[in-house]
Write a protein that binds this ligand. Sequence first.
Ligand SMILES: Cc1cc2nc3c(=O)[nH]c(=O)nc-3n(C[C@H](O)[C@H](O)[C@H](O)COP(=O)(O)OP(=O)(O)OC[C@H]3O[C@@H](n4cnc5c(N)ncnc54)[C@H](O)[C@@H]3O)c2cc1C
Length: 408
Amino acid sequence: MTTVPKFLIVGGGLAGAIAAQTLREEGFDGRITLLAAERHRPYERPPLSKDYLQGKAERDSIFVHPEPWYAEHAVELSLDSAVTALDPASRTVTTATGAQLRYDKLLLATGSKPRHLDVPGADLDGVYYLRNVEDSDRLKIKFAEAKRVVIIGAGWIGLETAAAARAAGLDVTLLVSGDLPLQHVLGPEAALIFDELHRSHGVDLRYRTTAVELTGRHGAVTGVMLSDGTRIDADMIIVGVGVAPRTELAANAGLKIDNGIVVDEHLRTSDPDVFAAGDIAQTYSPRLGRHIRVEHWANARRQGAVAAKAMLDQDAVDVRPSYFFTDQYDLSMEYTGDIGPTGYDRVIFRRYADSNQMIVFWLYEQRIQAGMNINIWDVADDIDRLIQSPRPINADDLGNPAIPLATL
Ligand SMILES: Cc1cc2nc3c(=O)[nH]c(=O)nc-3n(C[C@H](O)[C@H](O)[C@H](O)COP(=O)(O)OP(=O)(O)OC[C@H]3O[C@@H](n4cnc5c(N)ncnc54)[C@H](O)[C@@H]3O)c2cc1C
């Protein structure tokens, strides 16, 4: 008698949903169960800080698959089913309701959780985080009532919510812990673009400051005390100080953890039947020769597919550079690449006649490490190819918009 193989996916986010889809596309006809802690079928998070938050996109548009897709593809979707324990020895997971499920292969795709603010007053009403669709709904409602918001943290979430809050007509103060927003990601040359963008839209940026205390009255937040001694009034606070990978299950199960769940290039963990994908995976990149953990949409998509193929014993690896995107006001950009520990030694700005369009390249020893195209499209694949090219690049050609990237 043949037994039907059972594949289990823990985490109903993008990586988990794409893994289920890929398993079926690759012809897997065993059992697939997707265990999701949230009450919604898998959805995409980028709209939560952009169009969905601004009321320009409907709830229906954010889901990875339409509702009937799961039954049509025989994917058992178990919502509201947080997994609380994993026992690799017996190949079993336990859910919060005490149900035990056995697997032949397991994919962990439990994503990230926001880092919490650790200052007095952090638990007052009116302090918001943004990770899931309910968080976005709550922010949208509060935007309609509030007048002044202080945003703590000038990373992607901080900047995108600042843009949404300005669009909703709020006074926005943005606390930047360093010299410029995004400086640690883009470096000072290109971070200036985002600094100027937000200043030109009326955001009050406070540099080299952090919140030391949130003040309140009757349990609701009324303001922020800053590390430089100033106090700012606010009727809401948004905290965007980064995320941490949800590695508890894997750690308690004894899997190797080091800034995420450590996986090889096929996304296999230290247990050969357990895989990890998306925000939680600290992945070996053969192209970079080191491990890297990426908290972006494209990585969750690509790794969901790679993990599914690897679970089917295919030789799947993602060798492409990282990719992410953002939309803020009238600026849309894509960023391709991974700036490694050696950093970069040159920044090239490729400026176009339309001053809203630009490509920024970061180079190290004449090789492109990363590129960011702003308000200019269909170039990300060329940038990807140039990053993967072993040839040194001529910086003058790169900076000249008359020379098509495809010819470099
Ligand atoms: C507001 C917002 C905006 C973003 N914008 C962009 C953007 O513009 N561009 C970009 O590139 N990236 C963006 N990102 C990042 C991108 O959305 C993430 O990298 C991506 O969602 C990661 O997918 P994932 O499947 O690894 O994890 P997640 O999307 O976090 O999904 C993991 C799921 O697993 C569930 N889970 C956790 N623990 C358990 C458990 N024990 N049992 C069962 N289920 C569990 C969680 O509830 C969650 O539903 C944004 C993220 C957010 C929050």
